[in-house]
Design a protein around this ligand. Structure first.
Ligand code: P6P
Length: 338
Protein backbone atom coordinates (compact mmCIF):
# COMPACT_ATOMS: atom_id res chain seq x y z
CA UNK A 1 0.00 0.00 0.00
CA UNK A 2 1.47 3.35 -1.14
CA UNK A 3 1.41 5.25 2.15
CA UNK A 4 0.80 2.42 4.53
CA UNK A 5 0.52 3.29 8.22
CA UNK A 6 2.20 0.86 10.59
CA UNK A 7 0.76 0.03 14.03
CA UNK A 8 3.58 2.03 15.64
CA UNK A 9 2.86 5.13 13.54
CA UNK A 10 -0.88 4.82 14.23
CA UNK A 11 -0.28 4.65 17.99
CA UNK A 12 2.18 7.59 17.95
CA UNK A 13 -0.24 9.71 15.91
CA UNK A 14 -3.18 8.77 18.15
CA UNK A 15 -1.13 9.86 21.16
CA UNK A 16 -0.48 13.25 19.48
CA UNK A 17 -4.19 13.69 18.70
CA UNK A 18 -5.78 12.85 22.03
CA UNK A 19 -3.11 11.72 24.46
CA UNK A 20 -5.02 8.46 24.88
CA UNK A 21 -1.96 6.26 24.52
CA UNK A 22 0.75 7.09 27.06
CA UNK A 23 4.14 5.67 26.08
CA UNK A 24 3.90 2.74 28.52
CA UNK A 25 0.51 1.74 27.06
CA UNK A 26 1.89 2.12 23.53
CA UNK A 27 4.79 -0.15 24.47
CA UNK A 28 2.34 -2.70 25.95
CA UNK A 29 0.20 -2.76 22.80
CA UNK A 30 3.25 -3.13 20.54
CA UNK A 31 4.63 -5.98 22.68
CA UNK A 32 1.26 -7.78 22.57
CA UNK A 33 1.17 -7.28 18.78
CA UNK A 34 4.67 -8.77 18.44
CA UNK A 35 3.60 -11.74 20.60
CA UNK A 36 0.58 -12.24 18.31
CA UNK A 37 2.95 -12.31 15.31
CA UNK A 38 4.87 -15.14 17.00
CA UNK A 39 1.66 -17.00 17.80
CA UNK A 40 0.49 -16.55 14.19
CA UNK A 41 3.78 -18.05 13.01
CA UNK A 42 3.34 -21.08 15.30
CA UNK A 43 -0.32 -21.54 14.32
CA UNK A 44 0.51 -21.31 10.59
CA UNK A 45 3.04 -24.16 10.89
CA UNK A 46 0.25 -26.56 11.91
CA UNK A 47 1.21 -30.22 11.55
CA UNK A 48 4.64 -29.20 10.20
CA UNK A 49 5.45 -27.63 13.54
CA UNK A 50 4.32 -30.54 15.68
CA UNK A 51 1.99 -28.12 17.48
CA UNK A 52 -1.37 -29.76 16.80
CA UNK A 53 -3.25 -32.01 19.18
CA UNK A 54 -3.71 -31.95 22.92
CA UNK A 55 -1.16 -31.36 25.65
CA UNK A 56 -2.61 -34.06 27.97
CA UNK A 57 -3.32 -31.36 30.60
CA UNK A 58 -6.36 -29.35 31.74
CA UNK A 59 -6.74 -25.60 32.24
CA UNK A 60 -8.47 -23.86 35.11
CA UNK A 61 -11.77 -24.33 33.30
CA UNK A 62 -11.30 -28.09 33.33
CA UNK A 63 -10.84 -28.06 29.55
CA UNK A 64 -8.21 -30.24 27.85
CA UNK A 65 -5.45 -27.90 26.71
CA UNK A 66 -4.16 -27.95 23.16
CA UNK A 67 -0.41 -27.73 22.66
CA UNK A 68 -0.94 -24.35 20.99
CA UNK A 69 -2.95 -23.08 24.00
CA UNK A 70 0.15 -23.56 26.14
CA UNK A 71 2.56 -22.23 23.50
CA UNK A 72 0.46 -19.08 23.03
CA UNK A 73 0.22 -18.53 26.78
CA UNK A 74 4.00 -18.86 27.19
CA UNK A 75 4.67 -16.50 24.28
CA UNK A 76 2.49 -13.79 25.86
CA UNK A 77 4.02 -14.20 29.33
CA UNK A 78 7.62 -14.16 28.06
CA UNK A 79 7.01 -11.21 25.73
CA UNK A 80 5.40 -9.02 28.41
CA UNK A 81 7.10 -9.79 31.73
CA UNK A 82 10.38 -7.86 31.24
CA UNK A 83 9.19 -4.59 29.64
CA UNK A 84 8.36 -2.65 32.82
CA UNK A 85 4.87 -1.74 31.58
CA UNK A 86 2.96 -4.42 33.52
CA UNK A 87 2.40 -5.28 37.17
CA UNK A 88 0.75 -8.64 36.48
CA UNK A 89 -1.08 -10.79 33.93
CA UNK A 90 -4.11 -13.09 34.00
CA UNK A 91 -4.91 -15.80 31.48
CA UNK A 92 -7.66 -18.29 30.73
CA UNK A 93 -4.89 -20.92 30.86
CA UNK A 94 -3.67 -20.06 34.38
CA UNK A 95 -5.64 -20.41 37.66
CA UNK A 96 -3.78 -17.62 39.44
CA UNK A 97 -2.50 -14.24 38.30
CA UNK A 98 1.11 -14.03 37.11
CA UNK A 99 2.90 -11.26 39.00
CA UNK A 100 5.87 -9.76 37.13
CA UNK A 101 8.99 -11.27 38.79
CA UNK A 102 11.06 -9.03 41.07
CA UNK A 103 14.01 -9.16 38.63
CA UNK A 104 11.99 -6.89 36.34
CA UNK A 105 10.49 -3.43 37.02
CA UNK A 106 6.74 -3.40 37.67
CA UNK A 107 4.49 -1.12 35.60
CA UNK A 108 1.07 0.47 36.02
CA UNK A 109 -0.99 -1.87 33.79
CA UNK A 110 -2.67 -5.24 34.14
CA UNK A 111 -2.95 -7.50 31.06
CA UNK A 112 -5.62 -10.19 30.73
CA UNK A 113 -5.87 -12.59 27.81
CA UNK A 114 -7.35 -15.67 26.30
CA UNK A 115 -4.15 -16.71 24.52
CA UNK A 116 -5.83 -18.88 21.90
CA UNK A 117 -9.61 -18.66 21.75
CA UNK A 118 -11.51 -21.26 19.72
CA UNK A 119 -8.75 -23.80 20.14
CA UNK A 120 -11.15 -26.66 19.32
CA UNK A 121 -10.75 -25.37 15.75
CA UNK A 122 -6.95 -25.61 15.67
CA UNK A 123 -6.74 -29.20 14.43
CA UNK A 124 -9.34 -28.61 11.69
CA UNK A 125 -7.66 -25.49 10.29
CA UNK A 126 -10.44 -23.03 11.14
CA UNK A 127 -9.77 -19.43 12.30
CA UNK A 128 -8.77 -18.93 15.94
CA UNK A 129 -7.45 -15.93 17.83
CA UNK A 130 -5.91 -14.18 20.82
CA UNK A 131 -8.12 -11.84 22.90
CA UNK A 132 -6.61 -9.24 25.26
CA UNK A 133 -7.78 -6.61 27.72
CA UNK A 134 -5.78 -3.92 29.57
CA UNK A 135 -6.68 -2.37 32.93
CA UNK A 136 -4.84 0.10 35.13
CA UNK A 137 -3.37 -1.31 38.31
CA UNK A 138 -5.08 0.40 41.27
CA UNK A 139 -2.82 2.41 43.56
CA UNK A 140 -1.33 0.37 46.33
CA UNK A 141 1.54 -1.91 47.17
CA UNK A 142 1.63 -5.49 46.00
CA UNK A 143 -0.65 -6.39 43.12
CA UNK A 144 -3.38 -8.93 43.98
CA UNK A 145 -6.07 -10.83 42.11
CA UNK A 146 -8.58 -8.34 43.51
CA UNK A 147 -6.88 -5.57 41.47
CA UNK A 148 -8.09 -7.33 38.32
CA UNK A 149 -11.75 -7.34 39.40
CA UNK A 150 -12.71 -4.14 37.58
CA UNK A 151 -15.75 -3.72 35.34
CA UNK A 152 -15.22 -3.75 31.57
CA UNK A 153 -15.91 -0.03 31.53
CA UNK A 154 -12.51 0.48 33.20
CA UNK A 155 -10.50 -1.01 30.29
CA UNK A 156 -7.87 1.29 28.76
CA UNK A 157 -7.20 -0.92 25.73
CA UNK A 158 -8.77 -4.07 24.27
CA UNK A 159 -8.45 -6.12 21.14
CA UNK A 160 -7.89 -9.43 19.45
CA UNK A 161 -5.72 -10.96 16.77
CA UNK A 162 -7.52 -13.35 14.43
CA UNK A 163 -5.39 -16.07 12.77
CA UNK A 164 -7.35 -16.71 9.59
CA UNK A 165 -6.73 -16.25 5.85
CA UNK A 166 -5.14 -13.02 7.06
CA UNK A 167 -3.65 -12.35 10.48
CA UNK A 168 -5.49 -9.21 11.60
CA UNK A 169 -5.09 -7.23 14.82
CA UNK A 170 -8.22 -5.34 15.92
CA UNK A 171 -7.78 -2.67 18.61
CA UNK A 172 -9.54 0.04 20.57
CA UNK A 173 -8.17 2.47 23.15
CA UNK A 174 -11.53 4.20 23.52
CA UNK A 175 -11.56 6.29 20.33
CA UNK A 176 -13.11 3.87 17.85
CA UNK A 177 -11.88 0.58 16.38
CA UNK A 178 -8.98 0.09 13.97
CA UNK A 179 -7.86 -3.03 12.08
CA UNK A 180 -4.26 -3.89 11.15
CA UNK A 181 -3.33 -6.65 8.72
CA UNK A 182 0.00 -8.48 9.13
CA UNK A 183 2.32 -7.82 6.19
CA UNK A 184 4.42 -10.97 6.37
CA UNK A 185 7.05 -9.62 3.98
CA UNK A 186 7.66 -6.54 6.16
CA UNK A 187 6.83 -8.41 9.38
CA UNK A 188 4.64 -5.52 10.54
CA UNK A 189 0.95 -4.82 11.16
CA UNK A 190 -0.39 -2.28 8.63
CA UNK A 191 -3.51 -0.15 9.17
CA UNK A 192 -6.17 -1.51 6.80
CA UNK A 193 -9.35 -0.06 8.35
CA UNK A 194 -10.21 2.57 10.98
CA UNK A 195 -13.45 4.02 12.34
CA UNK A 196 -15.00 0.51 12.07
CA UNK A 197 -18.81 0.60 12.30
CA UNK A 198 -21.24 -2.26 13.05
CA UNK A 199 -24.51 -1.79 11.07
CA UNK A 200 -27.37 -1.24 13.53
CA UNK A 201 -29.55 -3.82 11.72
CA UNK A 202 -28.70 -7.27 10.40
CA UNK A 203 -30.10 -10.43 8.84
CA UNK A 204 -27.46 -12.76 10.27
CA UNK A 205 -27.33 -14.43 13.68
CA UNK A 206 -24.65 -16.61 15.28
CA UNK A 207 -25.63 -19.20 17.90
CA UNK A 208 -24.97 -22.91 18.51
CA UNK A 209 -28.36 -24.26 17.40
CA UNK A 210 -27.66 -27.71 18.90
CA UNK A 211 -28.41 -26.19 22.32
CA UNK A 212 -31.93 -25.08 21.30
CA UNK A 213 -33.80 -27.44 23.64
CA UNK A 214 -31.87 -25.95 26.59
CA UNK A 215 -32.60 -22.27 25.87
CA UNK A 216 -34.78 -20.00 28.00
CA UNK A 217 -37.84 -18.25 26.57
CA UNK A 218 -36.27 -14.94 25.36
CA UNK A 219 -33.58 -16.79 23.35
CA UNK A 220 -36.08 -19.27 21.93
CA UNK A 221 -38.47 -16.42 20.98
CA UNK A 222 -35.73 -14.33 19.33
CA UNK A 223 -34.38 -17.24 17.24
CA UNK A 224 -37.84 -18.62 16.37
CA UNK A 225 -38.82 -15.21 14.96
CA UNK A 226 -35.61 -15.05 12.91
CA UNK A 227 -36.31 -18.56 11.55
CA UNK A 228 -39.87 -17.59 10.53
CA UNK A 229 -38.32 -15.10 8.10
CA UNK A 230 -40.66 -13.12 5.84
CA UNK A 231 -43.63 -15.22 7.09
CA UNK A 232 -43.08 -14.13 10.69
CA UNK A 233 -43.05 -10.93 12.79
CA UNK A 234 -39.62 -9.89 11.57
CA UNK A 235 -40.80 -9.67 7.95
CA UNK A 236 -37.32 -10.56 6.65
CA UNK A 237 -35.24 -13.70 6.21
CA UNK A 238 -32.18 -14.40 8.35
CA UNK A 239 -28.95 -16.27 7.66
CA UNK A 240 -26.99 -18.20 10.30
CA UNK A 241 -23.27 -18.56 10.95
CA UNK A 242 -21.54 -20.40 13.86
CA UNK A 243 -17.75 -20.80 13.66
CA UNK A 244 -17.37 -21.89 17.32
CA UNK A 245 -14.55 -19.38 17.55
CA UNK A 246 -15.70 -16.14 19.20
CA UNK A 247 -12.85 -14.17 17.62
CA UNK A 248 -13.90 -15.23 14.10
CA UNK A 249 -17.62 -14.64 14.74
CA UNK A 250 -16.97 -11.21 16.28
CA UNK A 251 -14.63 -10.29 13.40
CA UNK A 252 -17.40 -11.06 10.92
CA UNK A 253 -19.84 -8.92 12.93
CA UNK A 254 -17.39 -5.99 13.12
CA UNK A 255 -16.91 -6.35 9.36
CA UNK A 256 -20.53 -6.75 8.16
CA UNK A 257 -22.87 -6.73 11.17
CA UNK A 258 -24.76 -9.56 12.86
CA UNK A 259 -25.63 -10.75 16.34
CA UNK A 260 -23.57 -13.25 18.37
CA UNK A 261 -25.31 -15.21 21.12
CA UNK A 262 -23.95 -17.48 23.82
CA UNK A 263 -26.86 -17.22 26.30
CA UNK A 264 -27.50 -18.93 29.61
CA UNK A 265 -29.09 -22.34 29.15
CA UNK A 266 -30.51 -25.14 31.27
CA UNK A 267 -27.60 -27.57 30.86
CA UNK A 268 -25.78 -26.10 33.87
CA UNK A 269 -28.33 -23.72 35.48
CA UNK A 270 -25.84 -22.48 38.09
CA UNK A 271 -23.46 -21.27 35.37
CA UNK A 272 -24.45 -17.81 34.00
CA UNK A 273 -23.04 -18.78 30.59
CA UNK A 274 -20.04 -20.39 28.89
CA UNK A 275 -17.89 -17.40 27.99
CA UNK A 276 -15.55 -15.69 30.46
CA UNK A 277 -16.25 -12.12 31.48
CA UNK A 278 -12.78 -10.69 32.10
CA UNK A 279 -10.84 -11.82 29.01
CA UNK A 280 -13.50 -12.69 26.43
CA UNK A 281 -16.78 -10.81 26.98
CA UNK A 282 -15.33 -7.52 28.29
CA UNK A 283 -12.75 -6.87 25.54
CA UNK A 284 -15.13 -8.01 22.78
CA UNK A 285 -17.98 -5.92 24.24
CA UNK A 286 -15.83 -2.77 24.33
CA UNK A 287 -14.78 -3.28 20.71
CA UNK A 288 -18.41 -3.80 19.65
CA UNK A 289 -19.63 -0.71 21.58
CA UNK A 290 -16.75 1.40 20.21
CA UNK A 291 -17.96 0.37 16.73
CA UNK A 292 -21.54 1.45 17.48
CA UNK A 293 -22.92 -1.94 18.51
CA UNK A 294 -24.27 -3.18 21.85
CA UNK A 295 -23.48 -6.03 24.25
CA UNK A 296 -25.62 -7.45 27.05
CA UNK A 297 -26.04 -10.45 29.31
CA UNK A 298 -29.79 -10.03 28.75
CA UNK A 299 -30.32 -7.86 31.80
CA UNK A 300 -27.46 -5.36 31.88
CA UNK A 301 -24.65 -3.99 29.76
CA UNK A 302 -21.71 -6.41 29.88
CA UNK A 303 -19.31 -3.52 30.54
CA UNK A 304 -21.28 -2.56 33.68
CA UNK A 305 -20.98 -5.99 35.34
CA UNK A 306 -18.99 -5.80 38.59
CA UNK A 307 -16.76 -8.91 38.57
CA UNK A 308 -16.44 -11.08 41.66
CA UNK A 309 -14.13 -13.80 40.31
CA UNK A 310 -11.25 -13.72 37.84
CA UNK A 311 -12.57 -16.59 35.73
CA UNK A 312 -16.28 -15.95 36.10
CA UNK A 313 -18.55 -16.74 33.18
CA UNK A 314 -21.30 -14.67 31.63
CA UNK A 315 -24.16 -14.90 29.15
CA UNK A 316 -23.32 -12.84 26.03
CA UNK A 317 -25.46 -11.32 23.27
CA UNK A 318 -23.57 -8.73 21.22
CA UNK A 319 -23.49 -7.07 17.81
CA UNK A 320 -25.91 -4.97 15.77
CA UNK A 321 -27.52 -2.51 18.20
CA UNK A 322 -31.17 -2.91 17.18
CA UNK A 323 -31.02 -6.71 17.44
CA UNK A 324 -29.33 -6.67 20.85
CA UNK A 325 -31.91 -4.17 22.12
CA UNK A 326 -34.72 -6.36 20.78
CA UNK A 327 -33.30 -9.34 22.72
CA UNK A 328 -32.99 -7.21 25.89
CA UNK A 329 -36.66 -6.23 25.47
CA UNK A 330 -37.66 -9.90 25.25
CA UNK A 331 -35.69 -10.59 28.45
CA UNK A 332 -37.42 -7.69 30.25
CA UNK A 333 -40.85 -8.97 29.14
CA UNK A 334 -39.99 -12.48 30.35
CA UNK A 335 -38.84 -11.08 33.72
CA UNK A 336 -42.12 -9.16 34.11
CA UNK A 337 -44.15 -12.26 33.25
CA UNK A 338 -42.29 -14.42 35.79
P1 P6P B 1 -19.51 -24.33 21.51
C1 P6P B 1 -14.40 -21.49 22.08
O1 P6P B 1 -14.21 -22.66 22.87
C2 P6P B 1 -15.44 -20.63 22.77
O2 P6P B 1 -14.98 -20.26 24.03
C3 P6P B 1 -15.76 -19.43 21.91
O3 P6P B 1 -14.68 -18.98 21.17
C4 P6P B 1 -16.88 -19.94 21.02
O4 P6P B 1 -17.76 -18.92 20.59
C5 P6P B 1 -17.61 -20.94 21.91
O5 P6P B 1 -16.66 -21.36 22.91
C6 P6P B 1 -18.07 -22.17 21.14
O6 P6P B 1 -18.80 -22.98 22.05
O7 P6P B 1 -20.33 -24.77 22.71
O8 P6P B 1 -20.35 -23.96 20.33
O9 P6P B 1 -18.37 -25.26 21.16
Amino acid sequence: MANHVSLTRYLVEQQRVDGSIPSQLRLLIEVVARACKSISHAVNKGALGGVLGTAESENVQGEIQKKLDIIANEVLIEANEWGGHLAAMASEEMEDIYVVPNRYPQGEYLLLFDPLDGSSNIDVNVSIGTIFSVLRKPEGAAVTEGDFLQSGGQQVAAGYCVYGPQTTLVLTVGHGVAMFTLDREQGSFVLTQEHVKVPEDTQEFAINMSNMRHWDEPTRRYIDECLQGTDGPRGKNFNMRWIASMVADVHRILTRGGVFMYPWDKREPNKPGKLRLMYEANPMSWLIEQAGGASTNGHERILDIAPTQLHQRVSVVLGSKNEVERFQHYCAQADKAS
